[in-house]
Design a protein around this ligand. Structure first.
Ligand code: ZN
Length: 300
């Protein structure tokens, strides 16, 4: 595989039809991300697919900040979060409880919802969309998200294993984008045809092929224009200041109760496992000066 196909998201356009697509494959970024978690393989792969999905979604949207894709359900994975910033830094986490041998998607996620939020720098999160958790795979679930929330017919295929997480998305151009004069029926038929090709794709092909050979395999009958794309990398953006802000939201009573019982307030970042410890002096300071502990918080 060509070097420029590692840890990248690339966009492609259909030359003659109002369709576009995105491809992503995470290699080092994915292995670095998952090294912070101990999960059964099925849960690990689910996180990989969600991170690939969040990256694809970030590629399709215009925003400046962080996109968060969150699954909440009553299955064995009650919470899964995948994030991608507008400059393609990713992180992800999942909570898991129960039988590590379970691999069925529905059993893992249960009934619940998928929510996507986008928060611009220094502004409160706003909902991009929220849909029920539906479908037999994360790919299907993500297609429901596009249909229900973005109102853009979209076909997606996602896959992940220990070494790689990848995704391929094809969708109609959003209304008002492009001006190709093709009737709706033709575009619907094309998207159905493309979807069938994605369904037929072996996960291993999606995980191992470079962009060009993959697109030749899946969409070889169309004239496509493939763009260079962006690098994607793992990065956790947790910091003493952010953790202090989170603790402050718990309130003084709660923090004092934890201090009385345990001598310090300890927090472990669920994305990267980085430990944070706040003793009585740190807590007094964060409660006193509020949002900006200005480096006074000690990091273990
Ligand atoms: Zn972190």
């Amino acid at each position: 595989m060509a070097q420029h196909d590692f840890d990248r998201i690339r966009r492609f356009a259909f030359e003659r039809y109002p369709l576009r697509g995105h491809w992503v494959a995470l290699d080092f970024a994915w292995r670095e991300l998952r090294a912070h978690h101990v999960h059964p393989p099925a849960v690990r792969d689910l996180v990989g697919e969600a991170v690939a999905a969040a990256t694809l979604l970030a590629g399709t949207l215009k925003f400046d900040g962080t996109l968060t894709l969150q699954l909440q359900g009553d299955g064995l994975v009650p919470l899964l979060v995948a994030q991608c910033t507008s400059d393609f830094r990713v992180r992800g986490m999942a909570r898991f409880e129960g039988d590590p041998a379970v691999t069925d998607f529905r059993a893992l996620v249960g009934d619940g919802r998928v929510a996507v939020t986008v928060d611009a720098q220094e502004r409160a999160a706003r909902y991009q969309g929220i849909v029920p958790l539906e479908g037999a795979s994360f790919s299907e679930c993500f297609e429901h998200y596009f249909a229900g929330s973005e109102q853009i017919p979209t076909r997606v295929r996602l896959a992940a294993d220990a070494g790689r997480a990848a995704g391929l998305l094809v969708q109609r151009l959003p209304p008002g984008v492009g001006s190709r004069d093709v009737d709706t029926e033709t575009v619907d038929a094309l998207l159905a045809e493309t979807g069938a090709a994605l369904d037929a794709l072996e996960p291993q092909t999606l995980l191992s092929a470079g962009t060009e050979s993959l697109l030749r395999t899946v969409l070889g009958t169309y004239d496509l224009r493939l763009y260079e794309g962006h690098q994607v990398r793992f990065e956790c953006r947790c910091s003493p200041v952010r953790v202090a802000g989170m603790l402050k939201a718990l309130g003084a009573d709660e923090l004092h109760a934890i201090l009385a019982e345990e001598g310090a307030v300890t927090v472990t970042c669920e994305f990267c496992g980085r430990p944070y410890r706040f003793d009585a002096i740190d807590v007094a300071q964060l409660l006193a000066d509020g949002a900006s502990p200005s480096g006074s918080i000690r990091l273990n």
